[in-house]
Design a protein around this ligand. Structure first.
Ligand code: DNO
Length: 349
C-alpha cells in the first residue's frame, strides 16, 4: 500500500513539512480548488501543487476530487460539454503524474452530519450524525452543519427541486453515461477512477443515492466492466450503514481489482437507528473491525493508495472538522502497524 494524506493545497493550515514527517508517508491527496466545478483546471495550479509536494519529498498521485457537476448527475443537456471538460481535467492530471481520481456521484451533498462538534467522553470532538436530530431538520429551510457556507438557501432549494422526480435508475443511468465517456480516456492515460460511497449510505431528503451497498457496486461494475471503473473503499461511509459488511466488501472488491483507494476510519453506531459518531481509528474505539478490514485487503493483494480519513480534534487542536493533523497522524501510524503486521504474514493469511 501507499500511505497518503489529504492536503488542501497551499491554503491548508497543515504544512507539507509536517505531513512529510508522518511515518511512511508517500504522498498527498489533493485537488485544484481555484476553479468552479465543471470548468477546466489550470496547468499552473497543478504544476504548483505537484512542485510543492515534490519539494517536500511527497508524491501527488491521487486527486480527491475532480467534482462532478450537478448537471451531469441530473443528465441535463449541457452534460456533454461538462463531460468534455472533465475529460480534459483527467488528461491534465495524467500529465502531472496522477494515477487515481476519487470522485462521487451524490446529488447535492457529498456528506452529511448533524453536528461537526460532538464531544466524546475523552474530551475530543468529532463529527456525528443523530437520527433524531436529522428528523428535526426542515428540508424547506435547510441549515446543515458544514454546508451553510457552500450554498445560499435559495440555491439549495432550487437544486433540490431539480432532483424532485429523479429515480435511482435515472441517476444510475447518468452515472453510466458519464463513465462510458470517461473510462476509455482513463484506459488511454493510465488513470483509475475511484468512486466514493454515499456518506452516510442511504437516501437523504428524498434525494436518490446509488453507491450505498454491495448490490449497488455490483450493478455499477457490471454496467461498466473495465477495472478503471473502481472504488474508494471508505470504511467510515459504508460502515455507517449497518447493512454493510466491510470485511466482506474489502475482500470481494480487492479480489476483483476494483479497490484503487482506501479511506480508513472507524465509526461508532449509537442506538437502534442510523445514528453514529466518528471515533479514533482503532477497532476497539468503534463498530468496525479495522484489523479484519486491513487483513482482507492484504490477503487479497491490495496494492493501492490508503489515507487515514477523518480524525477527531484532539490535543487542543482546532482543526478543520475531520481534517486536523494530530488524530489523522495517529491514525496513519495505526494503519502502518496493521499493514506491516499483515504484510509480514501474508502467506499465512
Ligand atoms: C469527506 C470526504 C468527501 C470526499 C468526496 C469524494 O471528508 O470523504 O468529501 O472527498 O465525497 O468525492
Amino acid at each position: 500500500m501507499k500511505l497518503t494524506f489529504r492536503w488542501y493545497g497551499p491554503d491548508d493550515n497543515i504544512p507539507l513539512s509536517f505531513i512529510r514527517q508522518i511515518p511512511n508517508m508517500s504522498g498527498v491527496v489533493t485537488a485544484c480548488y481555484d476553479v468552479p466545478v465543471g470548468e477546466i483546471w489550470k496547468d499552473e495550479t497543478l504544476d504548483l501543487l505537484k512542485e510543492e509536494a515534490n519539494k517536500n519529498g511527497l508524491e501527488m498521485e491521487v486527486i480527491e476530487s475532480i467534482p462532478v457537476h450537478e448537471h451531469i448527475k441530473l443528465g441535463l443537456e449541457d452534460r456533454d460539454h461538462l463531460i468534455d471538460n472533465y475529460i480534459e481535467n483527467i488528461r491534465k492530471c495524467a500529465k502531472h503524474g496522477v494515477k487515481c481520481v476519487c470522485y462521487n456521484f451524490m446529488p447535492v451533498f457529498d456528506w452529511l452530519r448533524t453536528t461537526m462538534h460532538h464531544v466524546n467522553p475523552d474530551g475530543s470532538d468529532s463529527l456525528a450524525y443523530s437520527y433524531e436530530d436529522f428528523l428535526k431538520v426542515d428540508p424547506k429551510n435547510l441549515h446543515l452543519p458544514g454546508w451553510d457556507e457552500s450554498y445560499s438557501s435559495e440555491e439549495l432549494q432550487s437544486l433540490m427541486s431539480q432532483y424532485q422526480n429523479m429515480t435511482h435508475d435515472d441517476l444510475f443511468n447518468n452515472l453510466v453515461y458519464f463513465l462510458n465517456r470517461i473510462i476509455p480516456v482513463c484506459e488511454e492515460v493510465d488513470i483509475n477512477m475511484a468512486i466514493h460511497p454515499d456518506d452516510p449510505p442511504w437516501d437523504i431528503f428524498s434525494l436518490p443515492r446509488i453507491i450505498s451497498n454491495e448490490e449497488n457496486l455490483d450493478r455499477l461494475f457490471n454496467a461498466v466492466p473495465s477495472t478503471r471503473n473502481g472504488l474508494t473503499l471508505c470504511t467510515g461511509s459504508f460502515g455507517a450503514g449497518r447493512h454493510n459488511d466491510l470485511v466482506k466488501m474489502a475482500a470481494k472488491y480487492t479480489a476483483q481489482k476494483r479497490v484503487h483507494f482506501v479511506h480508513l476510519r472507524n465509526v461508532k453506531w449509537d442506538g437502534d437507528h442510523d445514528s453514529f459518531c466518528e471515533v479514533g481509528h482503532c477497532t476497539k474505539d468503534g463498530s468496525l473491525d479495522m484489523a479484519e478490514i486491513v487483513k482482507a485487503l492484504v490477503k487479497n493483494g491490495f496494492d493501492g493508495y490508503v489515507r487515514p480519513d477523518h480524525g477527531r480534534n484532539i490535543f487542543g487542536e482546532n482543526g478543520k472538522p475531520g481534517y486536523g493533523l494530530y488524530d489523522r497522524a495517529l491514525g496513519a501510524t495505526y494503519i502502518n502497524g496493521l499493514f506491516e503486521a499483515f504484510e509480514k504474514v501474508k502467506d499465512l493469511l
